[in-house]
Design a protein around this ligand. Sequence first.
Ligand code: ADP
Ligand code: MG
Length: 343
Amino acid sequence: MQSEMTPRTDAPLLEVRDLQTTFDLSKTQSVRAVDGVSFEVNAGETLAIVGESGSGKSVTSLSIMGLLPKDIGRITAGSIKLNGREISKLSDVQMREIRGKEIGMIFQEPMTSLNPVHTVGQQIGEMVIRHEGLSKSKARARAIEMLDLVGIPEPRRRVDNYPHEMSGGMRQRAMIAMALACEPRILIADEPTTALDVTIQAQMLELMADLQKKLGMAIVFITHDLGVVAEVADRVVVMYAAQVVETAGVVDIFRNPRMPYTAGLMNSIPRLGSSIEKQRLKAIPGTVPALTSLPSGCRFNPRCAFATDLCRSAIPPLEEAGDGHMIRCARWRELTLNEREAS
Ligand SMILES: Nc1ncnc2c1ncn2[C@@H]1O[C@H](COP(=O)(O)OP(=O)(O)O)[C@@H](O)[C@H]1O
Ligand SMILES: [Mg+2]
């Protein structure tokens, strides 16, 4: 037991292996909202998890943080290692120690992390009192320091604000200040900029990149916005219908998407430097299947222009295509060949 608890330094910071998360929809019906998902995050890097709405991105992050809705959602297989330590089977009390201290988190809606009845200073202070045992006065000083770090003007005054006394952008910053108050090694950000207007979104991305450099933390950035991915990510994990379908470095995945779903996602964003003609955007036809009525074989096959009987017969494995590029597509080799011949 002891050896399992000892942090290892050679392991990736976060290692998710074959994770399976099940929701009970009724007494007799359950679904796998995360179905065999694997990825790792190294110290200091930014991993983006992308995919259309309903692909299992948030359930993956809630599983890592131990925040699955009680009674209906649970991890049913696989492992989650933080710094070499298995955390998927820890108790609520043990997870509370880890959240905030070792894993910071921010969400789309700041009010899910900020409590409306306490000042932001009290809430940031509470984090460092709980996790670092600071005195009240030192905690207040840290809160002011954090508000300053995230670019909130007049932090000495703002520290006594209640969340509703701040603008949306300020609240977002306050939430980041709270997430980073204990200098976690990893930050999980689930659609943190989705609700923001473009200008504030750009400011937030810049702020996070800046803080990442200063604090050296890793970031798991969950988004359905590929423009954001291009800007922030080092590596990308693409999810579809509860599974990983492609993983690669950010440059590789934008230049060379292999799985037709990823290629479809890439086609649906405007590209810098391409002609107007090429910029005609194509949405992927159809919708993400419900987990209660998944197609047989590759889960993308009903929407895929390249699907054959082979694709309908079995779920293809996630295969290594070199350079850490992983692809879940029965036809990626021939499609790659055809593409080369065509060019
Ligand atoms: N509380 C829940 N109860 C039952 N099923 C859920 C619940 N939350 C999520 N799911 C299932 O998991 C799927 C993936 O959800 P989610 O991870 O939130 O997707 P997204 O990629 O948009 O973040 C949903 O489409 C739904 O089928
Ligand atoms: Mg989500």
